[in-house]
Ligand binder design. Structure first.
Ligand code: DWN
Ligand code: ZN
Length: 413
């Protein structure tokens, strides 16, 4: 794609330049029945970079109620390592609270309660907000306090009225999903107590660039954040980035802490990361042109590998019907003749077909009952957990195919 194509930056209204167009794409979590193939929703997936505020973002995002409807099928608690991660994250949030009084924590995008259940403690009111009734109900079933809604300044005002101001607002894998970050920050400012912080983590742009993990680009991820772009966004709301903490989850994430301007000491880690991003070219368009070339090579290599194996009659199964796999299967032209089915532990996805590519999604027991020759690791961000669990597959002669950071067969473990 040429850099002359562009759009208006959602953060600063400057002209953002498109660096990659994927073509028409379905919703990443739009798992569907065969009866619904005809008329399946698609939109033009493209990604661009704003040279003024350094925000990497989609050219177009479907409406939020199309993506996060009542049947949203991603349940955060499907991974045990993520459950452990959120228990640790919650512990750091609880450390933020004043010891003597009753405290309020608000979690944006609380999903099935994977973190909120660790925040709900005596002396603490923990309120989760999530727009999808499917996952919100799972959280409510555990007795958690959930507001089923998108978060905006009005919702913030309602929560403040009912519970008072928040000691901490927290969010994991939610900020990068919201097309209007200004509305969120207005709400956050409205709801936070003086001196309190907003802590959120999302996939980190630096990791996407270094690992060529282009499958983090799909409808739901309207932004790929860096410290530079978050610092610029915060400044527009008289807030500042006061801390950063890299996280290994989801293929490399960053935890950002924002506070009102001047209310908190800024950690040295912020300046160091901003400098690292400058030196590493995260604010240069050339970095993203280079990324586009690496993505195109990854696509060609994966197609060639899968095609070659199928020509030899090998069976290939996808492991994890991830949102990320929707980008890979559609961009690389992976259809059921290349990948027989996607194995997934989520009941809401099983028996359906993958968005766009229409690969069947089958229960995990099918994978263990008749191992394929090759498993394409779509849930590569959970590799440690999965490879530990799947030693029998390797022992039976099965091989893992990975595509992050490059297309390869995993060496013997
Ligand atoms: O930001 C987002 C992240 C946090 O979660 C959302 N936009 C949607 C979602 O993205 P994803 O679908 O790419 O996430 P995961 O966590 O990589 O998805 C893993 C999938 O694999 C789930 O459907 C569960 C499945 N799974 C499995 O079948 N066996 C997962 C594990 C660990 C397993 O052992
Ligand atoms: Zn901008």
């Amino acid at each position: 794609m040429t850099s002359s194509q562009g759009f208006v930056c959602r953060v600063c209204s400057a002209r953002a330049s498109t660096f990659l167009s994927f073509g028409p794409m379905p919703l990443a979590n739009g798992f569907l029945s065969a009866a619904d193939f005809h008329g399946e929703f698609r939109f033009e997936l493209s990604v661009g970079f704003c040279p003024a505020c350094c925000m990497v973002q989609l050219g177009e995002q479907p409406r939020r109620d199309q993506m996060f409807g009542p049947n949203y099928p991603y349940y955060s608690s499907t991974s045990s390592s993520m459950s452990e991660h959120f228990a640790r994250f919650a512990a750091t949030i609880l450390d933020e609270l004043p010891t003597s009084e009753r405290s309020l924590i608000v979690e944006l995008g609380s999903n099935d309660g994977i973190m909120l259940r660790h925040l709900t403690r005596p002396g603490v009111t923990a309120v989760g907000i999530d727009p999808s009734t499917s996952v919100a109900q799972r959280a409510r079933d555990q007795g958690l306090n959930i507001v089923v809604s998108f978060f905006d300044a009005d919702v913030a005002a309602r929560i403040a009225e009912e519970y008072g101001s928040a000691d901490v607002i927290v969010g994991a894998n939610v900020m990068c999903h919201i097309a209007d970050p200004h509305e969120v920050l207005r709400g956050v400012r409205r709801l936070l107590k003086p001196g309190a912080v907003f802590v959120f983590e999302d996939p980190y742009l630096g990791d996407v660039v270094h690992r060529v993990s282009y499958d983090q680009i799909y409808d739901e991820h309207v932004f790929l954040f860096a410290a530079t772009s978050i610092a610029n966004l915060a400044r527009l709301h008289d807030m500042e980035l006061v801390d950063v903490a890299p996280q290994s989850v989801h293929g490399g994430s960053m935890r950002f802490t924002l506070a009102r301007l001047g209310e908190r000491q800024v950690s040295d880690r912020v300046g160091l990361l901003l400098q690292q991003e400058r030196v590493g070219g995260l604010c240069n368009f050339e970095t993203f042109e280079e990324l586009r070339r690496s993505i195109e090579k990854s696509r060609d290599d994966l197609r060639a590998l899968l095609g070659g194996l199928r020509a030899k009659g090998k069976r290939i199964v996808g492991y994890g019907a991830t949102s990320k796999s929707t980008t890979v299967t559609n961009y690389c032209g992976i259809t059921p003749d290349l990948v027989e089915y996607l194995s997934d532990t989520t009941p809401a996805k099983q028996g359906k077909f993958s968005p766009g590519a229409h690969i069947p999604v089958r229960p995990y027991r099918e994978f263990v009952t008749r191992y394929p020759d090759y498993a394409l690791l779509f849930a590569w961000n959970h590799a440690t957990e999965i490879l530990t669990k799947e030693t029998e597959f390797r022992k039976s002669g099965g091989r893992w195919i990975v595509y992050v950071p490059s297309v390869a067969l995993l060496a013997d473990l």
